[in-house]
Design a protein around this ligand. Structure first.
Ligand code: ZN
Length: 129
């Protein structure tokens, strides 16, 4: 799960920047991978050879389900919030462009935008592709 394994965006689309929560989940993802591999090893080392398969994979499986559910919920929430705001968020810094013209530069980071490009890019960023 760590990182986005998305294909390259189409030429008329810019991949939107990750929110702080998405960055957190991404960095936790590496810890998760470590736990996923480490838990069975620790169980095997502490419980000895008579360990059951359930004991071996159970904790990792629960961890995988929890992390996946968190990530999917987060993605859905981000998409809904952007949809609700008419996709008016800077692609570079996620600054709200809600009260600004349909075309201009982000007052926060200076990235140029058009509403059409924002809509296309954000819906691509949060679509299943
Ligand atoms: Zn910006």
């Amino acid at each position: 799960m760590p990182g986005r394994n998305d294909p390259d965006p189409p030429p008329n689309v810019t991949l939107g920047a990750m929110s702080s929560e998405e960055r957190l989940v991404k960095s936790l993802g590496w810890i998760f991978v470590g736990c996923f591999l480490g838990i069975p090893i620790v169980v095997l080392l502490t419980a000895g050879p008579q360990v059951s398969v359930a004991m071996l994979v159970g904790p990792s499986l629960i961890l995988a389900i929890v992390m996946s559910a968190w990530y999917l919920t987060l993605q859905r929430r981000q998409r809904k919030a952007l949809e609700k705001a008419g996709y008016r968020g800077c692609l570079n810094c996620r600054y709200s462009l809600a009260d600004l013209p349909d075309m201009g530069t982000c007052p926060e980071c200076g990235t140029p935008y058009t509403l059409e490009h924002l809509q296309r890019s954000w819906s691509w960023t949060y679509s299943k592709h």
